[in-house]
Design a protein around this ligand. Structure first.
Ligand code: SF4
Ligand code: SF4
Length: 377
């Protein structure tokens, strides 16, 4: 008997290839090369298995998913299977014809990322000249095709003061939803934490702008807001809880409960190439390990928020303390919360240079090892 409800969505990270080099990219430091990616048939089978399992949404992500020539075929199969299809893209490889092909294949929604509203700054953050202008053209083409559009802005110390202009741009482009998301410090974001972490004043400014815009634009646009954990009192419900709502499949076919789970040492994540999706979801030890509340230590175990935030983020607990089973240090009740406060208080006055995200360029000083606690204070 299977008492575990199916995942609401699967995130298909089709590739790690991407023309951009964002220093906050959530992809792992060791990026998969094109030759190691799952082929079309394997992804089509995953989409069939997802529908049979009862999944409702599929998010095509990456890297840059439009780098895959078979993307329309995958969208077509997902759509034929009754899955709601969302494309998460940086947009620079798209044009009106490609958008039309995706629309004909059945894409339901496109989420387009922007790095800033000033082209010079946006291109510097993306590590690609001309990227911003191309994104503006793509946003217009998406709307002209009649597809619903979400704009995603990743916010940090280099662009936080321009959140008002970001929201104005989203409004002018006809976005139905905008995400103002502070950098999450995993993967390349963790490598670049000192270069990206905003000040508390910047955080408060962005929150105030979002609150005002939500009231003003309530009829026009939904605004999502993601805070940086380093100033939080309570953690996020990371992925809606470990193994509860989402499954992430990497370009090489590894199935994981979240984007950053590959950073956890000592975990073996099953492959969709040799294990059916339903079996992975219900039975894989890595998915069961932090599912629900039985695994929780104190203070989570007796906390009345344990089924609201599910103890926060396992990858953050691991990155900060070396133990994925500890309470997320973002929580003020965590015995490790001082580690988080020390990082925020130790934020450098001058931002160091970016370490850009590049295949084959994992920084030698930051491997896949956890950040030792003493290095974070
Ligand atoms: S965050 Fe930037 S580098 Fe990473 S996949 Fe997205 S667009 Fe590419
Ligand atoms: S103690 Fe645990 S369950 Fe309670 S708020 Fe903190 S992280 Fe959430």
């Amino acid at each position: 008997m299977n008492a575990i409800p199916p995942p609401l969505g699967i995130v298909c990270e089709l590739t790690h290839r991407c023309p951009l080099q964002c220093p906050y990219c959530s992809n792992p430091l060791e990026l998969a090369r094109a030759g190691a990616e799952l082929g079309t048939d394997a992804w089509l089978r995953v989409l069939d298995e997802a529908a049979a399992l009862g999944v409702l949404h599929v998010h095509f992500s990456g890297g840059e998913p439009t780098a895959r020539k078979d993307l329309p075929d995958l969208v077509r199969r997902a759509s034929a299977n009754g899955l709601y299809t969302n494309l998460i893209t940086a947009g620079v490889l798209l044009d009106a014809a490609a958008i039309d092909r995706l629309k004909a294949a059945g894409i339901d929604h496109i989420q387009l990322s922007f790095q800033d509203v000033i082209a010079e700054s946006a291109d510097r953050i993306a590590g690609l000249a001309g990227a911003h202008e191309r994104k503006l053209a793509v946003a217009k083409a998406i709307r002209q095709a009649g597809l619903p559009l979400t704009l995603n802005f990743v916010v940090h110390r280099h662009n936080a003061e321009r959140v008002p202009e970001m929201l104005a741009l989203a409004e002018s482009l006809g976005a139905a939803r905008t995400e103002i998301a502070h950098v999450q410090y995993y993967g390349w974001g963790l490598v670049n934490r000192a270069a990206l972490l905003p000040s508390r004043a910047q955080l408060e400014f962005t929150l105030q702008v979002v609150q005002e815009a939500r009231a003003r634009l309530a009829e026009k646009m939904v605004i999502d807001y993601v805070v940086p954990d380093y100033y939080a009192q309570r953690p996020k419900a990371c992925m809606g809880g470990w193994g509860r709502r989402e499954m992430v499949i990497t370009p090489t076919g590894k199935a994981m409960p979240c984007h950053a789970a590959d950073s956890l040492l000592g975990f073996e994540f099953p492959s969709v190439t040799d294990t059916p999706l339903a079996d992975i979801w219900s039975n894989a030890p890595a998915f069961r390990r932090f599912r629900g509340t039985d695994w929780m230590p104190e203070p989570c175990r007796s906390c009345d928020r344990r089924e609201i935030d599910w103890g926060g983020c396992r990858c953050q607990a691991f990155a900060m303390t070396g133990d994925a089973a500890r309470t997320d240090p973002a929580c003020a009740l965590s015995p490790d919360h001082a580690l988080m406060l020390a990082v925020a208080e130790g934020r450098p006055e001058a931002a160091p240079a970016f370490v850009y995200r590049r295949i084959g360029h994992a920084p030698a000083s930051v491997s896949a090892e956890p950040v030792p606690a003493e290095a974070t204070v």
